[in-house]
Design a protein around this ligand. Structure first.
Ligand code: ATP
Length: 241
């Protein structure tokens, strides 16, 4: 379903840093420009349809960057990632949503971008709003929603899409308990339909509940790719609380 080979992503630490005169003459031969660092490097893995994968690592170790590559919203500087199916990304709280548009417009836009027909959208519109508990804010600009409500709307839409790959980045932590329970049930339904799931989480219970396999990232490197229990154990022993 997904093949990632030697993935590398480079970012600049400091937007203001300029390349030096000397750098200009060394042209493209330099491996890394000043101020740049590899947020992800030499990362390779294969994912089969229906696999549920938990991505673990401390803050800033490349987890979100990896999901963005799979979602196709970021291109690698090295290596390749191929995804043989559509992706429903739930990454970054407001990801893909337009702040000035209303909830209604955003739901229609996102669903439309993922290939749902007008008719299908109007069929499932009420269910999406109902799932999110967003009836009162349907005509409110998205930017005026509370952060929890933004996540609820985003999850409600994204989990309604027919895409075979679902990416969930740490958003479950934001919803209140009643909403999390609904999200868990929905994720379980999606897994039962043999969808592929990537879950970034710092919550071991969530990881164990949904994922069989884990990827442990540290310093942008893939330290361990294995059964979720082994991955959690290794992560915990590397970084005891
Ligand atoms: N657009 C960007 N420009 C520069 N640096 C970036 C950019 N996006 C991410 N980074 C940096 O890349 C590194 C990896 O970030 P990433 O968001 O993938 O980490 P993460 O493991 O998801 O962290 P968290 O658990 O905090 O969400 C971090 O040092 C981050 O500051």
């Amino acid at each position: 379903m997904i093949t990632a080979k030697d993935l590398g992503v480079r970012f600049r630490r400091n937007r203001g840093s300029r390349r030096s005169f000397k750098d200009l003459f060394s042209g493209g031969t330099r491996r890394s420009r000043p101020g740049e660092f590899w947020a992800l490097r030499d990362v390779s893995f294969d994912v089969r349809p229906g696999e549920a994968i938990g991505v673990v690592g401390r803050n800033g170790q490349g987890k979100s960057t990896l999901l963005k590559l799979v979602a196709g919203v970021l291109f690698p500087d090295e290596g390749t990632v191929s995804v043989r199916a559509g992706v429903a990304p739930l990454i970054e709280l407001t990801g893909g949503f337009v702040g000035d548009l209303t909830v209604r417009d955003n739901v229609q836009l996102t669903a439309g971008l993922h290939g749902l027909s007008k008719q299908k959208i109007s069929e499932c519109f009420d269910a999406i709003i109902d799932f999110a508990g967003a009836a009162e804010v349907v005509d409110t600009p998205f930017k005026h929603l509370s952060s929890g409500m933004k996540v609820r709307v985003a999850f409600a839409v994204v989990s309604q899409l027919d895409e075979p790959v679902l990416l969930v980045d740490e958003v479950l932590a934001v919803g209140d308990r009643a909403f999390r329970v609904k999200c868990y049930a929905r994720i379980e339904e999606l897994l039962a339909e043999n969808r592929t799931l990537f879950l970034v989480s710092h919550n071991e219970r969530d990881l164990r509940r949904f994922c069989k396999r884990g990827l442990y990232l540290n310093g942008g490197r893939l330290i361990l790719d294995g059964p979720i229990e082994e991955v959690i154990e290794r992560y915990n022993s590397d970084h005891p609380a």
